[in-house]
Design a protein around this ligand. Sequence first.
Ligand code: ADE
Length: 225
Amino acid sequence: MRIDIITVLPDLIRSPFEASILKRAIAKGLVEVHMHNLRDYSTNKHKNVDDYQFGGGAGMVMSVEPIAACIEKLQAEREYDEVIYMTPDGETLNQQMANSLSLLGNIIILCGHYKGVDQRVRDLFITKEISIGDYVLSGGELGAAVLCDSIIRLIPGVLSNETSALTDSFQDNLLSPPIYTRPAEYKGHKVPDVLLSGNFAEIEKWRENMAYEHTKTRRPDLLEE
Ligand code: ADE
């Protein structure tokens, strides 16, 4: 998979790709991540990429020309399955969306800033708009990092044990059951006996039941879906 990220702050979004699972996925060649500094596509002598809003109003708007130049250059080089815009008014990211995006070949992610992008960028180039939640961030970069993490960990071979992604919370609309490691007793708090029983059928049944109970108390909305 190849991910091209278009941003005015490439330094802000680099570090999540330089540690742990994402770093290893890139080193193994399972995913390529390329950052594009939008200012490199500005024809303005000050390298501006934004301008005042027509009709008045507070806040600058990201101009169509540099974004168009960057996306068109990338699209001339290869086909993209999706051109994604990170925005609080997009579709809210969930596990199902991460699953389907992880199956794609090439995607572009555009990070918004200031008041957002000129509507013509959305009309002409964007195929999918994604929000990471009902709150407003200073820009799309942190959202893009969250999106990339959720996608990349699902690419086969990225996690050492593929089943560990399949048993994540949300994969079957259930939250994960509680997990324990040694010691078997800590300050009087014991690990449930069933987990020490060696009876894998019983353990599986317990986990399913706990996942259901956990979901029912914390996220009953997931059970209704
Ligand atoms: N940019 C600003 N806020 C955002 C959000 N909640 N999700 C995605 N991109 C954003």
